[in-house]
Design a protein around this ligand. Structure first.
Ligand SMILES: Nc1ncnc2c1ncn2[C@@H]1O[C@H](COP(=O)(O)OP(=O)(O)OP(=O)(O)O)[C@@H](O)[C@H]1O
Ligand SMILES: [Mg+2]
Length: 330
């Protein structure tokens, strides 16, 4: 049995979690499924384990994470950094009412820069990693545009939020598939023999459709065995965590296990961790409706316990999860 939130103490004398990277992404295809609520509460509970966290609103189209923290007026956003109005990210990482938590507000007001190119995004991520923090949590926008997928792929810890609704589960699967194929396309972008094969695997209207990852691997092998091996490596390296939000019944909790089975079967993804389930909690809706922080902190609330347990498991089993899922070379 896990200790309750009131008994929280750092798990090692330094109080640091032994994770090898500090970049987290919270994504999931559909809008309104709780990506921001999950990002915020994940960050909050990490601070309770005495971690310093920077929460980044990486929704370059419709930034609104600050409203979930009850912040009405935002002085600086990512746009100030991208437009070079400020010199460092530190200037726009604003303290919040929660000790140990800073927030970088999203840049939905920028024109043109809402679509930074790949190099620019990598530069931004590098600068973010330079911030003094134990963890950086990127709250991603809805959909599967390249910005969202590139941020997702660049983070060591990739969290996909789904809800138990069949459409949301389909969207979650679609998001994972899009991210995997974005990674595959980036790797083979210059190969004119392989790119048409990748197109056939993603375009279901193609009359010569490639309908599974195994078929794609076979097609690659016919071009060259090395490329087939490379493709298998990309698939083996792809790892993610799943969270189901808005859970209303015991049955709903199985949604992540279902997605795990489906991505194993159709995308050959083996390294999928189930992080937990967050119950539907009307207080979250009420708090957001009143522009109050949508933080589930009371120990009497199931949603708070859901978030707490999720972070506890990550911390307690962090090393083990990394070994199983990330396999990052020391
Ligand atoms: N566990 C929960 N219990 C009750 N309501 C919730 C829960 N999680 C999210 N919500 C509700 O769903 C709404 C959408 O949540 P949130 O803004 O986190 O979604 P999102 O996936 O980030 O959406 P977007 O893609 O538009 O950014 C919230 O305003 C809140 O009302
Ligand atoms: Mg959001």
């Amino acid at each position: 049995m896990n200790p309750g939130p009131s008994e929280i103490a750092p798990l090692n004398p330094s109080g640091k979690i032994a994770l090898k990277s500090k970049l987290w992404a919270v994504g999931g295809g559909k809008g309104g499924i709780g990506k921001s609520v999950v990002s915020l509460n994940l960050a909050y509970w990490l601070t309770k384990f005495r971690q310093n966290v920077v929460l980044v609103d990486a929704d370059l189209g419709g930034a609104n994470l600050h409203t979930l923290l009850g912040i009405k007026y935002v002085k600086h956003t990512l746009a100030d950094y991208l437009n070079k109005r400020v010199k460092s990210l530190d200037e726009i990482a604003i303290p919040t009412a929660i000790k140990g938590l800073r927030l970088i507000c999203g840049a939905s007001d920028i024109v043109g820069l809402a679509n930074p190119n790949y190099m620019r995004k990598q530069k931004l991520l590098k600068a973010l990693q330079g911030l003094e923090a134990d963890h950086l949590i990127l709250d991603l926008g809805a959909g599967t545009d390249y910005n969202t997928l590139d941020f997702f792929l660049s983070c060591a810890y990739k969290i996909v939020v789904i809800t138990p609704q069949p459409t949301s589960m389909q969207n979650g699967y679609g998001f994972i598939k899009s991210a995997l194929f974005r990674s595959i396309r980036r790797t083979f972008a210059n190969n004119t023999m392989l790119m048409p094969l990748i197109d056939r695997a993603t375009d279901h209207n193609n009359e010569k459709v490639i309908s599974s990852i195994n078929e794609l691997i076979d097609a690659f092998a016919q071009v060259s065995p090395e490329h087939a091996t490379k493709l298998k490596d990309i698939i083996n390296d792809f790892h993610l965590y799943l969270i189901v939000n808005l859970v209303k019944s015991e049955r709903d909790r199985n949604a992540t296990a279902v997605i795990k089975t489906v991505v194993q079967k159709y995308l050959n993804l083996e390294r999928v961790g189930l992080l937990g389930a967050i119950p539907y909690d009307p207080q979250i809706e009420t708090a957001i409706g009143r522009m109050k922080p949508a933080l589930m902190s009371g120990t009497d609330r199931q949603s708070a316990l859901g978030f707490y347990e999720l972070v506890y498991n990550l911390i307690k089993h962090g090393d083990q999860l990394e070994n199983e899922l990330l396999n990052i070379a020391p």
